[in-house]
Write a protein that binds this ligand. Structure first.
Ligand code: FAD
Ligand code: NAD
Ligand code: SF4
Ligand code: FES
Length: 816
């Protein structure tokens, strides 16, 4: 007869208890289990403390296993009683309260604690880390009585803490030692984009700053920095990294380096004592994210269950910042080395950045900002180590589709059953398969409720969705794709309809009333709602600057080195000596590094510092060219019949008339126009959103063209005789597009989707056209020149002052 062995787990946290859960599945009756926890709570999801702080969940919501679970599984739980020592000779675990518990096997899973750097004053009241429920409760309580918070450390934890404190109504400044945020996960361009988006949410930053003292008597009142500057603060949250909890191991004679040294089977140097989680160090690495810890736990559980296991060989990690409204993803090695090659794509209009790091033909790292939809498939590629030769660029643009050697479906099929799909919640492929096939979960919602997959950071949602489709086939009801983003399942037309019928007037109101899943929305839905509201209520709606992308907030295009470009409006591409002189004078005075003609026949001044923008606009005294926004950009013209012997109409005059009529017009996406004086079409009018081509005795209106990534020839909408008719049809078409396209949808994609016949039909009736004309005219009547507005208002000018500007280049140094 075999006797049940005694297993003691030290540490009631995420890695340890997950190992026990796994063990119970593999060998339910093999051990009599005792768990010691230093905290007074049952096992909870530490990851979701950020969500609790941000107001998105309660403490109860984040409990993984309540007291009943321990009881049902015959586990003895001692909470609030830390273990102080293991007596390996006596095979006993000794707790602070004096308990001695016998063991056959013991697991140390004591995790980490927040690193509190030895800055003078860091022991004052009001200085805390962010690690457990207690810290979270302290922050929530402090926000009720105090206002100013400082977070030291601009990493994942610091930024999630800062977002939570903002939600609690505090004025929050993040102090970061390096020149860009999340320097352990992101490169400079992504770090800068992140900073811009968080600033727009109200977060303040002091970058490249080292704190030397926390001031105040008993309670902290402020911080002092090496450069002599200071900052007031009633609460200081330290988020500068973690240190493994090794006290028990130290007092028990285990081998310790930075963490408790373990081999591939999670053995320590003393028999029958294993370690798992953040307290363990495997092959010189201590992990600070749950996915690798669960992989360790799976190996340990198998070994303790007496099953063969190949051992743990280390993990590639991926992270996703859990801040609503910001999409950031980083996996593997993001920094360049002499052995690596990288591909980058930067879209400053929509604030999207992608970087792939490649070594020996394999993907070894990726950084995504703004559009993280490819995150999980890139991460799978990094983990699989398969060759990506020949499809690197498709992977970067996200158009890999059929070009991949292994299709996404094949990759999902070839995943091992015990591979973790949702790192945050330790959900394996097999668990998802079970939920779909055995428990009938055929929607993302039911799958989430059943397995918790995708319920934390959301980074695994595309992978979970792929598996849902793999297992459920045609009966999968994938709802996430239906909405305009993951925050809602409503489609664009439903949202616009609801805004109209319910008279919703602000982005916040729309999100509240239409029950957004993410209370703050995300970088996809916020700008979209802002546009729809402005389009529907041009007279009353106050544009929400924080919902706009960087370029539109600063009315200039941000460049890859953090400087801006300025493009003044030159109607129809026709300029004058006086305007050219103004541009030349400004370029000379401000040492503008580059002056260049754009593809749209304008002059672009590149390399301008943010703080110089208002002065330059003032001195130029020209209207904004809106080269940065989802607006009318340019009307390109040929010389037409004024000079050209082939010309049949005055293309320049027509182009200038149109540009004056529609300048400052906002749209779902940018809008480009052109006018050619004859069918030779020198202004390339047939690859524009709206292009006029002159013919004998009239004009052809071509629509839905595009000369960008996916070239599309425009289609003929109509042929008209007079300039008045040109303006009537143009206005009606542009307004119809404004009212019906999805946010971010260029006319080319829109017409491709709805069909030219639909547009022709919609505009066929003159009465309808005139109503559209009157609506576009009303909208245009409320617009004003943004540069002039900023020049005139001190409070707007202030936004351009170099407040806490990080140096734009330089090396990253670190820490402690
Ligand atoms: C706010 C926050 C957000 C996070 N977000 C993410 C995320 O989005 N994604 C991600 O992958 N990771 C995230 N992490 C990190 C993740 O929570 C940790 O990697 C994970 O919790 C580590 O698990 P662990 O079991 O090793 O340690 P823990 O979960 O810390 O558990 C260790 C437990 O042991 C207890 N203990 C310590 N000493 C003793 C002792 N002597 N006796 C008894 N008990 C003891 C501790 O009190 C603790 O309860 C986040 C962390 C925080 C703080
Ligand atoms: N979404 C997520 O995945 C998530 C969220 C929260 C926490 N975590 C995990 O929790 C752990 C702790 O997170 P973290 O952000 O503290 O660690 P981190 O090491 O990722 O970041 C700490 C940051 O603080 C900066 N720093 C260091 N010393 C500083 C100083 N004296 N002054 C100002 N800045 C300083 C560093 O440059 C670094 O960027 C990590 O393991 C992290 O992976 C993950
Ligand atoms: S499009 Fe015709 S009118 Fe215009 S420049 Fe070319 S040839 Fe001349
Ligand atoms: S990986 Fe974070 S929720 Fe699944």
């Amino acid at each position: 007869m075999t006797t049940t062995k005694k297993l003691v787990l030290i540490g009631n946290g995420m890695a340890g208890v997950w190992t026990i859960e796994h063990l119970l599945k593999l060998a339910p009756h093999a051990y009599e289990i005792t768990i010691f926890g230093a905290e007074p709570h049952p096992n909870y999801n530490r990851i979701l403390l950020s969500t609790v702080l941000a107001g998105g969940a309660s403490i109860n919501d984040i409990i993984i296993n309540d007291h009943d679970w321990y009881r049902d599984n015959h586990i003895t739980l001692y909470t609030g009683d830390p273990v102080i020592r293991i007596d390996a000779d006596q095979r006993q675990v000794i707790s602070a309260s004096g308990l001695h518990v016998d063991y056959d096997e013991v697991i140390i899973a004591t995790g980490s604690r927040a690193f509190i750097p030895p800055i003078p004053g860091s022991d004052k009241d009001g200085v805390i880390g962010f690690r457990d429920i207690k810290d979270c409760e302290t922050m929530i309580a402090t926000a009720q009585t105090h206002r100013k918070a400082a977070v030291i450390g601009g990493g994942l934890l610091g930024l999630e803490a800062a977002r939570g404190l903002l939600n609690l109504g505090m004025d929050v400044t993040v102090i970061h030692i390096n020149e860009h945020l999340m320097d352990r996960q992101l490169d400079l361009p992504a770090g800068l984009m992140l900073q811009e988006q968080l600033e727009a949410q109200g977060m303040k930053f002091l970058l490249g700053k080292r704190t030397v003292e926390l001031t105040g008597k008993r309670r902290v009142t402020g911080l002092r920095f090496t450069d002599g500057e200071s900052l007031d603060a009633d609460l200081v949250v330290m988020a500068v990294g973690i240190r493994p909890n090794i006290d028990v191991a130290q007092s028990s004679g285990l081998t310790i380096n930075r963490g408790i040294v373990v081999d591939d089977h999670l053995h320590t140097n003393i028999p029958h004592i294993s370690a798992v989680g953040e307290c363990a160090e495997h092959r010189g690495i201590g992990y600070g994210l749950v996915a690798p810890l669960y992989e360790q736990g799976a190996v340990l559980a198998k070994r303790l269950a007496g099953l063969d296991t190949a051992g743990y060989e280390g993990s590639v990690t991926s992270t996703k910042l859990k801040v609503a409204g910001v999409d950031v993803f980083s996996a593997g090695q993001f920094a360049d080395t002499p052995q690596t090659k990288s591909l980058r794509m930067q879209d400053d209009i929509d604030s999207i950045y992608k970087k792939l790091v490649i070594q020996d033909g394999k993907l070894i790292g990726a950084v995504l900002f703004g559009d993280t939809s490819e995150g999980s498939s890139l991460f799978s590629l990094i983990k699989s180590g398969e060759s990506i030769v020949g499809r690197e660029k498709e992977l970067l643009t996200g158009y890999a589709g059929g070009a991949t050697a292994v299709s996404p479906l094949q990759r999902l099929e070839s995943m091992a059953d015990d591979e973790i799909v949702c790192g945050c919640n330790g959900v394996s492929k097999a668990a998802i398969g079970d939920a779909v096939l055995q428990q009938g979960c055929h929607t993302m919602g039911s799958l989430k409720a059943c397995t918790k997959a995708s319920a934390s950071c959301g980074g695994c949602a595309p992978l979970v969705e792929g598996l849902l489709q793999l297992y459920a086939g045609d009966s999968a009801q994938v709802t996430v794709k239906e909405g305009m983003c993951g925050c809602t399942s409503l489609q664009r037309d439903e949202i616009v309809e609801q805004i109209k019928t319910m008279g919703l007037k602000t982005v916040k109101e729309v999100m509240n009333v239409l029950e957004w899943r993410e209370p703050e929305g995300c970088s996809k839905c916020r700008p979209a709602l802002n546009y729809y509201l402005g389009m529907l209520f041009p007279a009353e709606y106050e544009d929400e600057k924080e919902s706009r992308f960087t370029n539109e907030r600063y009315h200039a295009n941000i460049q890859k080195d953090g400087t801006y470009s300025v493009v003044p409006r030159i109607y129809g591409g026709v300029t004058s000596p006086a305007d050219l002189k103004k541009i030349a004078n400004v370029a000379e005075k401000y040492n503008v590094p580059l002056v260049k003609f754009t593809g749209g026949q304008r002059l672009d001044l590149l390399g301008i510092r943010k703080e110089d923008l208002p002065k330059i606009w003032e001195e130029l005294d020209m209207p904004s060219g809106h080269a940065y926004g989802k607006t009318l950009r340019t009307v390109k013209t040929c010389v037409g019949n004024t000079f050209c012997r082939f010309g049949t109409q005055d293309a320049m005059a027509m182009g200038i008339k149109m540009e004056k009529a529609y300048e400052r017009l906002t749209g779902p996406a940018k809008i480009k126009l052109a006018v050619s004086g004859c069918p030779r079409n020198c202004a390339e009018a047939t690859i524009k959103d709206l292009g006029l081509v002159a013919i004998d005795g009239g004009w052809e209106l071509h629509v839905g063209g595009n000369g960008g990534v996916k070239v599309r020839a425009a289609e003929l909408l109509c042929t008209v005789k007079t300039e008045e008719e040109v303006m009537e049809w143009s206005s009606a078409y542009l307004q119809y597009y404004r009212e019906h396209a999805r946010f971010n949808e260029r006319t080319a994609a829109w017409i491709e989707r709805v069909g030219l016949d639909h547009v022709k039909e919609a505009l066929a009736d003159q009465q309808t056209r005139l109503e559209l004309v009157s609506r576009i005219e009303e909208t245009l009547s409320y617009t004003s020149d943004p540069w002039k507005e900023i020049i005139a208002k001190d409070e707007l000018r202030k936004n351009f002052e170099p407040l806490h500007q990080a140096p734009l280049t330089g090396s990253t140094t670190s820490i402690y």
